[in-house]
Design a protein around this ligand. Structure first.
Ligand SMILES: Cc1cc2nc3c(=O)[nH]c(=O)nc-3n(C[C@H](O)[C@H](O)[C@H](O)COP(=O)(O)O)c2cc1C
Length: 231
């Protein structure tokens, strides 16, 4: 099959687009309003953007009537957010936190999740989540869609602090992903969680491998040895 989005129809009963980019990690973002009300919502149009230093990005569509979501309003006003890893065990709370509550509603209270204090930003972390990134807003980019709901704001944030629960690190020093079971979005209303991991030997140069691993120490050392100045 072939179709041109917005021009020709896919001919299927369900739009296949979101099912083509899977699985997507979930940006479960906690923020604070200027009035100090905590907010928590999931965004699957989310990923890490780079690693040296680490950045994440999330694409937040507007509401049906074009109003910005609370997450976007809070991040644009305060410049801070926290990413909380969504897991299979936390799946019900993830979906509950996606309900369209008003800005006065604290989704931590609705879901019964516990607030853990952050160190470098004000929004609280989800204590039950095994990994949290404290983030400072780098930039937002508004991109208009075909409808007000199609409008979206791309949020790019710098990760300034990382919390990883002790029990989630294996004896060999790697994250125990099979135990954590990160939750991910598929198409439609489908989800998956990682329960199987396999490794393939890299085929690139040592420095490219360091980039693939996100090993900044190795990269900085190699740069220094080669006499390449830092940015
Ligand atoms: C798993 C999941 C993923 C979602 N991903 C997105 C997304 O990528 N972008 C978006 O605009 N809304 C997404 N939503 C919907 C938002 O979570 C929802 O609009 C929420 O009410 C926004 O809350 P807020 O107004 O407190 O920011 C998703 C919902 C779920 C359940």
């Amino acid at each position: 099959m072939y179709y041109e989005p917005g021009t020709s129809h896919h001919g299927l009963p369900f739009d296949p687009f979101k099912s083509c980019v899977v699985p997507r990690p979930i940006g479960w973002l906690s923020t604070l309003s200027v009035d100090g009300v905590a907010n928590l919502a999931p965004f699957s149009q989310f990923n890490n953007a780079t690693f040296d230093p680490p950045y994440v990005m999330a694409a937040c569509n507007a509401h049906f009537d074009g109003r910005e979501k609370d997450t976007v309003v809070n991040i644009e006003r305060t410049g801070e957010f926290v990413w909380n890893m969504a897991t299979f065990d936390l799946r019900d709370a993830v979906v509950t936190s996606s309900r369209e509550f008003g800005p006065e509603v604290d989704e931590f209270e609705v879901t019964g999740l516990t607030k853990a204090p952050s160190r470098l930003v004000k929004p609280p972390r989800v204590a039950e989540s095994p990994v949290n990134f404290e983030c400072k807003l780098h930039t937002t980019l508004f991109i208009p869609g075909d409808t007000p709901m199609g409008n979206f704001t791309l949020i790019v944030g710098r990760v300034v602090a990382v919390h990883i629960a002790d029990g989630c690190v294996r004896a060999d020093g790697r994250l125990d992903i099979e135990r954590i079971r990160p939750l991910a979005r598929m198409g439609y209303h489908d989800y998956t969680s990682i329960s199987e991991v396999f490794t393939m030997p890299p085929q690139t140069s040592a420095i490219a491998q360091a980039g693939q691993e996100g090993n900044t120490e190795k990269i900085h050392a190699a740069m220094a040895q080669a006499g390449i100045a830092k940015n």
